[in-house]
Design a binder for this molecule. Sequence first.
Ligand code: SF4
Length: 331
Amino acid sequence: MRAKVIAELEKGKFTGKNLAAALLLRGQPQGELFGLARRARSLAFPSGTVEVRSVIEVSNICRQRCRFCNINRLPNAEKYLLDRGRLLRIAAHLYRKNRRVLLLQSGENNSKAYIELVSKCVADVKKTFSGLTVILSMGSLGFAQYRQLRRAGADRYILKFETSNPAFYKKIKPDDSLRKRLRCIGFLTKLGFEVGSGNIIGLPGQTVNDIVNDLRLVGRLGLTMGSSSVFVPGEGSVYFNRPMGDLDLTLNYMALMRMLYPRLLIPTTSALEKAGKNGQFRGLMAGANTVTVHDGTPPGIKRHFPIYSLDRFTPDEKHIRAIVARAKLSL
Ligand code: SF4
C-alpha cells in the first residue's frame, strides 16, 4: 500500500505538513517519491537528456568567510587566479571534447580588475566558440558588475540563497545577509540572466521547517536552475567537527523540487557522492537532469580550491557516462 503522504503528493497536495513528512521518507516510500519525481522530469523533459557542465575554478580569492567553507580558513593555502590565456586554452580543450556548457566558478571577489578579467574571458570564449553556454558562479556583486558580465556574453548565473531563514543565514555567513543575497538574485533576473539558486542541507542548526521554506523560496525566485548541496564538513571550516549532511534528506529535497518546479535544471552534485555510496547516481534517480564534470580546473590547482573538502570527489567522464546510462538517461 502506498504511504499516505505519497498519495497526497500525487494529488498535488504540497502542504507544509506533507513536504516535511516527505523529506523524511526512507526505504520503499522514498523509492515511490523518486518515481513521482522521475515522472515529473520525463513530462517536462521528454527527451531524457542530461546537461553536462564542465567546471573551471577560475580563482580561490574570496572576500567572505562562510562558516561552512574552508576557503580562507586553511593555513598556508595558496591563492591563485587563472589568467586569460590559460582560461582560453582550457575552454578550447573542453570544446574539442564536445562540451557546450562551461561553468566558471570562483570565490567572491568584487575588485574591478577581477570583474574585468572575467568579462574579457567570457567575451573571448563566446566570440571564439559557437553554441557555447557560459554560466558564472562568483557570488554577490553589484548591479553594474553583473551588467558588465552580462554584456560580455555570460548566459547564466548561479547564486545560492543557502537558506531561506535570515537569522540562520547570518549565522552561517556572518559578513552577509539574506536580504542582500536576494537583492542580487533580483539584479540577475532583471539583467536577463538565466538564474540558478539553491540551499545547503545538513548545516548545524538547520531545521526541517527551514528546508520546507527553502522549497517555497525556490518557487518565488523565477529560476531556471535549482540546486541542493549536502553539507560536507570541510577541513579547517568552523563546522569541521560536525556531522555530514544527510544524503537521503538531500535527495528527497531534490525530488520534491522536481515535483514542485518540473522545468528546473537540477544538478546531481559531486558532494552527493562524498555523502554516500552511489550518491550522484541516486541524484539522477531522484529527478536531477544535470551533471557537472570537474575537467576544467588544471590538476595542479584543484587542491587549492577545496570547497567542501580537501578530499573531495571530482567526477570524471567515465563516471558520468556510467551513472547516466544506469539511470536510463542520455547525454
Ligand atoms: S562559500 Fe563561497 S563565498 Fe563563502 S567563503 Fe567559500 S568561496 Fe567564499
